[in-house]
Design a protein around this ligand. Structure first.
Ligand SMILES: Cc1ncc(COP(=O)(O)O)c(C=O)c1O
Ligand SMILES: Nc1c(O)cccc1C(=O)C[C@H](N)C(=O)O
Length: 415
């Protein structure tokens, strides 16, 4: 099923008859966002694209072609004759356009974000052998904390966690002891932004390596990796990118560090000449050294397929649209449920948010379930947060209005 044009969305129109509301719901300012884009949304409102976006139409055909047209026809030769071997770089270069990086600095090795972060963090520590501290943002997604802890134990370093302004303050005061500083430009719970530029500049001032987890920003927020002089970055492929369940993660290593990084996952696909089958490891010269083993081809194909509409629209328009949807959500809430708006745990200022926001609602998990029964998909995070993500390609204003209406009902019923 494809996303319907805004005016004929497949969910039942409800509430929101305020004239101002109607005017705001009139689409057409940006023709791209008022037409169908082809996502298998199954008639549901997907406000959980920061967990797992819906599939783009045409994916099954794409996979069919790889399985029957390439794999069954040419077997292992597919790696050489069907562009399979190039995909980690092909996709990396597409991602570069979304992340503000020149081509040749991003690779999709086929690993998870957790593995890729492990790889990046050890490489960062190897660039700063004499520094004892790994600084990690306290409110990081748990996997980042777990991985940092493991890396620290493995290398005999120490993890320090700091939150908000304390993170930058620690860098200012103790930065010369910090090997690597790990943070995210968007808080996975609240959607609050951290400026990549200022924190990276602070890292550089004290000689630390900045390592960014871009999972909640990629495909919805410009991060300008090159302009911000970022050292290392990772991010996942299944959220706003829509690469599908378990879509592989990416690794960014800027040109200036590519020769210097010593990545611990030195698999044969990261070798300068993988098919020479040499007994000793010699890293590839550029970003290819970020490859590991044989990549999960079908997952790469799915991710590659998902990226085209994002590239077509461009990251700045995607961000504008997501922002506009989030603002509309908050305006609808203000009109119909100001009490719920008071439970916003995210910044009210759109400049300070990424693509999602969160409300504190007791019984958040029950609210998530009740909304899902009404075709509105959100996610809850313990203990009491309900998150709403505004993916620009398949969420419409009309759907946002329905979501607020249903949210209001569900919370009323729960009380
Ligand atoms: C910020 C962040 N990093 C990492 C992950 C986990 O990545 P993976 O499951 O690919 O290892 C997630 C979500 O699952 C996340 O939100
Ligand atoms: N990666 C996930 C999974 O395998 C199952 C359920 C949810 C997820 C998520 O992506 C969670 C997400 N990173 C979050 O921000 O909470």
């Amino acid at each position: 099923m494809t996303t319907q044009p805004e005016s004929s969305t497949s969910t039942r129109p409800t509430g929101g008859d305020h004239p101002q509301d109607k005017a705001r719901c009139r689409e057409g300012l940006d023709p791209f966002f008022s037409s169908a884009h082809g996502f298998a949304t199954d008639g549901k409102v997907h406000l959980n694209g920061n967990s797992l976006g819906p599939p783009r139409d045409g994916l099954t055909g794409e996979l069919e072609n790889v399985v029957h047209g390439q794999w069954s026809a040419r077997q292992v030769q597919g790696w050489f004759r069907d562009g399979w071997l190039d995909l980690p770089r092909t996709i990396g270069d597409k991602l570069a356009a979304l992340l503000g990086a020149a081509p040749g600095q991003i690779v999709v090795a086929g690993e998870t974000t957790s593995t890729t972060l492990f790889n990046a963090l050890i490489a960062a520590c190897r660039l700063r052998e004499d520094r004892p501290v790994l600084l990690v943002e306290t409110s990081s997604f748990p996997t980042d904390l777990y991985i940092a802890d493991s890396v620290a134990r493995l290398l005999g370093r120490q993890v320090v966690t700091e939150s908000g302004g304390g993170f930058d303050l620690f860098l200012q005061e103790n930065g010369t002891r910090v090997a690597a500083a790990v943070a995210a430009p968007v808080d996975f719970r609240t959607g609050e932004r951290r400026g990549i530029g200022p924190t990276t500049a602070l890292c550089h001032a004290v000689g630390s390596i900045s390592v960014w987890d871009l999972s909640h920003a990629t495909g919805v927020l410009p991060v300008d990796l090159d302009a911000n002089d970022v050292d290392l970055a990772v991010g996942c492929g299944y959220k706003y990118l829509g690469g599908g369940p378990g879509a592989p993660a990416f690794l960014y290593v800027p040109f200036r560090l590519q020769q210097a990084v010593d990545l611990p996952l030195s698999g044969w696909h990261g070798h300068a000449r993988p098919f020479a089958m040499s007994p000793t490891f010699e890293p590839a010269s550029g970003i290819d050294r970020g490859r590991t083993g044989t990549p999960p081809l079908l997952s790469l194909v799915a991710l590659n397929h998902a990226l085209d509409p994002l590239l077509h629209v461009g990251i700045h328009a995607l961000h504008r649209r997501s922002r506009e949807l989030a603002e509309f959500f908050l305006e609808c809430l203000e009109l119909s449920r100001p009490d719920l708006l008071e439970q916003l745990v995210s910044p009210r200022d759109a400049d300070r948010r990424g693509g999602h926001l969160a409300l504190r609602i007791p019984g958040a998990e029950g609210v998530e379930e009740a909304l899902a029964e009404r075709g509105v998909l959100v996610d809850s995070r313990p203990p009491d947060l309900v998150r709403f993500a505004f993916a620009p390609l398949y969420v419409t204003r009309e759907q946002v209005r329905h979501a607020v209406h249903h949210l209001s009902d569900v919370v009323k019923e729960a009380r």
